[in-house]
Design a protein around this ligand. Structure first.
Ligand SMILES: Cc1ncc(COP(=O)(O)O)c(C=O)c1O
Length: 385
C-alpha cells in the first residue's frame, strides 16, 4: 500500500544525508567536545560548524545560539529562565491561549509559584488581539511569549507588529517567540520583531528528535534550569549530543536550500489538496485562517458529522497519516485547546483533522490522497448517518 505521510507538523522524516551524518559522527567523532586532546577538538569542531549553520538564520550571531534537547527545553529555558532571573523587576507575564503545551505549562508552573500570568485570547483566525496586548503591558511585565506559527492551525502571528508594541510600552519586558513550526520555513526577522529569545527544534525540519536550540539576544539574562559543567555558556550544562547537533545543523542548511529550490512548495500542495476535496463535493470547513494566509505546510479542516478519531483511523487504513490534534496530546479524547480558543462549535471541534505537508510530498500523491480522503469521508458519512 502506498504511504501518504501528512503529519509533518508532528514530526518530519529525516533527510538521508542527516541520518548518514548522525551515524558517522556517532561512530567516528565520539570525543567529548570539552576534552583537550585531538578527539575532543574534532568533536568541538563539529559542534562549531552546526552552530554556524544554525546562526546563519539568526544574522550569523553564533555565540547567541544555545543547543538544547529540543523545542520543549528551549521553551522551558526561555520562559522559566527569564521569569526567575528577572523576578526582582516585576511579577507579570503574558502569553496567548493558543501556545504549545511546552509554553503553556511553563506559565502554569510559574503561576503556582507566585507569578501573575495573562493568557491572551485570539480571534477566529487564531490571531492575538493587539489592543488588548498593548493595554495590559505595564512596568511590572517582565516577559511576553507569543508563538510565530501555530502548530495546529498554521496562524502566522504578525510579530513585526507585536514586538515593537511590547517594547514601546515597556522596553525592559523580554519578548520570547516559539518558532518551532517556522524555523527555516519563514525568515527569522529578529530585529524587526525586536525579539530577545527564539526557540527552534530539529525534528520539525527533517533533523533528529532530541535536538533544538534557543537563540538568546546578547545581554539577555536567564537563570539556567540545570546546574553542572560550563557547557553552552553555562546555560545548558551536560556533555553535548554531538551527533544530534551535527544532524540539526545539516537539516537546517538542507531545509533552507530545499524550500527555496522546490518547484512545488508545500503551500501549493496544501491548496491543491483542499481544492480537490471541495471539487469532490466533500463538506469541509477550514479552521483558523484561510489556507492562503496560514503557514504553507498546515491545513486544519473539519468534516462535520465525522468524528476525528474515527476518520483518522479510517484514513490510516488507506495509508494516509494525519493528526487529530497536536502530537503531544492527540491521544487524549478532549478537543484541542487551540481549536477551543477559536470558539468553534461542537461539531467542528469534534471533526477536525490536521494535514501537514513537507518537501517530501509531491503533487501526484497529494491529488491521490485527496481523492482517497473524499471517498473515505463519503463511506463514513453513510455509516455514521
Ligand atoms: C509550536 C511547538 N512548540 C514546541 C514544540 C516542542 O518541540 P519538541 O518536540 O522539539 O520538544 C512543538 C512540537 O510539537 C511545537 O509544534
Amino acid at each position: 500500500m502506498q504511504e501518504f505521510y501528512f503529519d509533518n507538523s508532528a514530526t518530519t522524516r529525516p533527510y538521508p544525508e542527516v541520518v548518514e551524518q548522525i551515524s558517522k559522527v556517532a561512530g567516528e567523532n565520539y570525543g567529548n567536545p570539552s576534552a583537550m586532546h585531538e578527539k575532543g577538538l574534532e568533536a568541538e569542531k563539529i559542534v562549531k560548524e552546526a552552530r554556524r549553520r544554525i546562526a546563519a538564520f539568526f544574522r550569523n550571531r553564533e555565540k547567541e545560539i544555545t543547543f538544547t534537547s529540543g523545542g520543549t527545553e528551549a521553551n522551558n529555558l526561555a520562559i522559566k529562565g527569564a521569569a526567575l532571573r528577572n523576578r526582582q523587576r516585576g511579577n507579570h507575564l503574558v502569553t496567548s491561549e493558543v501556545e504549545h503545551p511546552s509554553v503553556l505549562n511553563c506559565f502554569r508552573y510559574l503561576e503556582q509559584i507566585g507569578f501573575e500570568v495573562t493568557y491572551l485570547p485570539v480571534n477566529e483566525k487564531g490571531l492575538v488581539n493587539h489592543d488588548r496586548l498593548k493595554d495590559l503591558i505595564s512596568d511590572k511585565t517582565i516577559l511576553v511569549s507569543i508563538m510565530h506559527v501555530n502548530n495546529e492551525i498554521g496562524t502566522i502571528q504578525p510579530l513585526e507588529k507585536i514586538g515593537p508594541l511590547i517594547k514601546k510600552k515597556n522596553p525592559g519586558a523580554l519578548f520570547h517567540v516559539d518558532a518551532v513550526q517556522s524555523f527555516t520555513r519563514l525568515p527569522m526577522a529578529i530585529n524587526d520583531w525586536q525579539v530577545d529569545l527564539v526557540s527552534c527544534s530539529a525534528h520539525k525540519i527533517h533533523g533528529p528528535r532530541g535536538a533544538g536550540c534557543l537563540w538568546i539576544r546578547e545581554g539577555t539574562l536567564l537563570q539556567p534550569l540545570l546546574h553542572g559543567g560550563g557547557q553552552e555558556n553555562e546555560l545548558r550544562p551536560g556533555t553535548e549530543n554531538v551527533p544530534a547537533i551535527a544532524g540539526f545543523g545539516l537539516a537546517a542548511r538542507l531545509t533552507g536550500e530545499n524550500y527555496r529550490k522546490k518547484t512545488t512548495p508545500p503551500g501549493n500542495l496544501k491548496l491543491a489538496f483542499y481544492r480537490k476535496l471541495q471539487h469532490c463535493g466533500v463538506e469541509v470547513y477550514v479552521n483558523g485562517p484561510p489556507p492562503e494566509d496560514s503557514a504553507e505546510h498546515i491545513l486544519n479542516i473539519s468534516f462535520p458529522g465525522l468524528p476525528s478519531e474515527m476518520f483518522l483511523h479510517a484514513l490510516e487504513e488507506r495509508g494516509i497519516y494525519v493528526s487529530a490534534g497536536s502530537a503531544c496530546h492527540s491521544r487524549r479524547p478532549e478537543p484541542s485547546h487551540i481549536l477551543q480558543a477559536l470558539k468553534l462549535g461542537k461539531d467542528r471541534l469534534e471533526s477536525a483533522l490536521r494535514f501537514s505537508f513537507s518537501c517530501y510530498n509531491n503533487e501526484q500523491e497529494t491529488e491521490a490522497a485527496a481523492e482517497i480522503t473524499a471517498e473515505v469521508a463519503k463511506e463514513l458519512k453513510s455509516i455514521v448517518n
